[in-house]
Design a protein around this ligand. Structure first.
Ligand SMILES: C[S@@+](CC[C@H](N)C(=O)[O-])C[C@H]1O[C@@H](n2cnc3c(N)ncnc32)[C@H](O)[C@@H]1O
Length: 409
C-alpha cells in the first residue's frame, strides 16, 4: 500500500476562530468613553465633540466600531518597526550595489579600505565608503577601523562562483525586469495579475527569450542554478531512482537538478525540456560535468507536450503559473509518463498565516512577476487531484523548499 500523503511538518491554514496579534476579543460590551454621555450616532461610532474628547478618543484602547479592544502598543517601537520594514527597499539596493561592484570578490583575500577597493573597481571613493559603511550596518561587512572593511559570513554569500553564492540571485531580483515589474505592484494587486506586460512589454519568459535580454536571461538561469544548489543535495538524497531509467527536468533551465541526480546514479539518462533560448546552457553544463553521453536537451513547450519519462522533475515551475496552466503541465506529464512513473515537485509551501514565512514573500514576487503563486498543501493537493496525480511522499529538501512526490491515479 502507498503511504498516505504527508504533511510538510508546517501547520495548515488557521481556523476561522484564530486571533490576530495586537487585538484581543472583547469579553464585555465596549466601555463607553463617558458613561453619562449617550452615544449620539448609531453603530457605536463615537462623535468627536471637543479637543479633550479627541485626545481621549486617540488614547482610548476601545475600538467600538469593531467590537474589539486593541491592546495598548508602544508607538515608538511600532514606528521603528515600520521604518525597519521599509528599509528592506534600501537593503535590497545595498545588496545590489555590493554584488554589482563585486565588493565581496575584492574582499575575498582580506580586508581593504574603501579607497583601495574603489581604486580596484574604478568607483567613487567616498560613495564606496558610504556603501560599505551601510553594508556594515546590515551585517554584510564588518568594520576593522581606519576605513577598512572585511567580509562577514553573510557578505561571503555575495562572492561569485562559489558554492552557495547568492550573487546572481541578488542581481536578478534587483535587476531591470524585476525592478520594473515591482514598480507596478499595487496595480498587480488591484487586478490580480502581473503587470509585466505594462512594465516590460512582454511576460517574463518572453522577455528573457528576446536576444537583446540574453545577458539578463543568463543571469536568471545562473540564479536558478545557484538556488538549485540549496535544494538539490537534499532532494537527490531523498528521492529514490530505483527502477528509474529516464528523468526529464521539465523547465529545467541549466539542468542543475537532473545533472545532480545523474551524478548520483550512473544508470540514469537525463533530459532538460525548456524554451529554445534556455537549453543551450543545459547542454554546456552537461558537457562540463562529463555527462553529455547520457544527457539530451529538448527545446520545447511544456504546455504542448513533454517527452516520456519514468520520473519528471518540476522544480519551481508550478509557482510560475495559475491553476489552469499548472493543470495543463501536470496533465501533459500524466499522458506521457511511463508505467509506474512519478513526478517530483519541488516548491516552497505556505505555512500558517501570521508566522514569519519565506513562502509568503516569495508569493509576492510571483504576483509581481508572473500569474503564478506559492501554494499551501491543500491548494497543491487540489491541483494534483485535478490533473490525474496524488501526493505520496513529502519532505523538506532545504532552503525552505519541499519535495512532493506524485503518483498517477
Ligand atoms: C523559475 S525557472 C525554474 C528553472 C529550474 N526548474 C530551476 O528550478 O532551477 C522556470 C523555467 O521554466 C522555463 N519555461 C517557461 N515557460 C516554458 C515553456 N512554455 N516550456 C518550457 N519551459 C518553459 C523557463 O525558461 C525557466 O527555465
Amino acid at each position: 500500500m502507498e503511504p498516505e500523503p504527508q504533511s510538510t511538518g508546517r501547520r495548515r491554514k488557521p481556523k476561522p476562530t484564530r486571533r490576530y496579534s495586537g487585538v484581543v476579543p472583547l469579553k464585555e460590551p465596549p466601555r463607553r468613553l463617558t458613561p453619562d454621555l449617550p452615544p449620539l450616532v448609531p453603530h457605536g461610532l463615537r462623535p468627536i465633540l471637543n479637543p479633550e474628547r479627541l485626545l481621549a478618543v486617540m488614547t482610548d484602547t476601545t475600538d467600538t466600531t469593531r467590537g474589539i479592544e486593541v491592546e495598548p502598543s508602544d508607538p515608538a517601537a511600532d514606528t521603528a518597526a515600520v521604518f525597519d520594514l521599509l528599509g528592506g527597499l534600501v537593503v535590497a539596493q545595498i545588496l545590489r550595489a555590493l554584488a554589482a561592484l563585486r565588493i565581496a570578490d575584492h574582499l575575498a583575500d582580506g580586508p581593504l579600505t574603501a579607497e583601495e577597493l574603489a581604486e580596484r573597481e574604478g568607483s567613487h571613493p567616498q560613495a564606496t565608503y558610504r556603501l560599505m559603511r551601510a553594508a556594515a550596518s546590515s551585517g554584510l561587512l564588518s568594520y576593522e577601523g581606519r576605513r577598512r572593511f572585511a567580509l562577514t559570513g553573510r557578505g561571503r554569500l555575495l562572492r561569485s562562483g562559489v558554492p552557495g553564492s547568492l550573487r546572481s540571485l541578488v542581481l536578478t531580483q534587483t535587476g531591470h525586469a524585476h525592478w520594473q515589474a515591482w514598480a507596478h505592484f499595487p496595480e498587480a494587486v488591484r487586478q490580480g495579475a502581473t503587470q509585466t506586460r505594462k512594465a516590460l512589454g512582454a511576460d517574463i519568459f518572453e522577455y528573457f527569450a528576446r536576444p537583446e535580454n540574453a545577458d539578463e536571461a543568463a543571469l536568471f538561469a545562473q540564479a536558478m542554478g545557484d538556488l538549485s544548489g540549496l535544494v538539490t543535495r537534499g532532494a537527490v538524497s531523498a528521492v529514490s531512482t530505483v527502477g528509474v531509467s529516464t528523468v526529464v527536468d521539465v523547465g529545467g533551465s541549466n539542468g542543475d537538478f537532473v545533472l545532480a541526480l545523474m551524478e548520483a546514479d550512473p544508470q540514469l539518462s537525463g533530459q532538460v525540456l525548456d524554451l529554445p533560448h534556455a537549453v543551450e546552457g543545459a547542454r554546456g553544463e552537461a558537457a562540463k560535468r562529463g555527462l553529455s553521453d547520457r544527457f539530451h536537451a529538448v527545446a520545447g513547450d511544456f504546455f504542448a507536450e513533454v517527452p516520456p519519462a519514468d520520473l519528471y522533475l518540476l522544480k519551481t515551475i508550478l509557482h510560475d503559473w495559475d491553476d489552469t496552466q499548472c493543470a495543463v503541465i501536470l496533465r501533459n506529464c500524466r499522458s506521457a509518463v511511463n508505467e509506474g512513473g512519478r513526478v517530483l515537485v519541488v516548491e516552497t509551501v505556505i505555512g500558517e498565516i501570521g508566522e514569519p514565512d519565506f513562502a509568503t514573500r516569495a508569493d509576492m514576487t510571483m504576483l509581481a512577476m508572473t500569474n503564478g503563486m506559492e501554494r499551501d498543501l491543500d491548494e497543491f493537493d487540489a491541483l494534483f487531484a485535478a490533473s490525474g496525480w496524488r501526493r505520496s511522499r513529502t519532505y523538506p529538501v532545504g532552503g525552505g523548499y519541499f519535495g512532493m512526490e506524485l503518483l498517477a491515479v
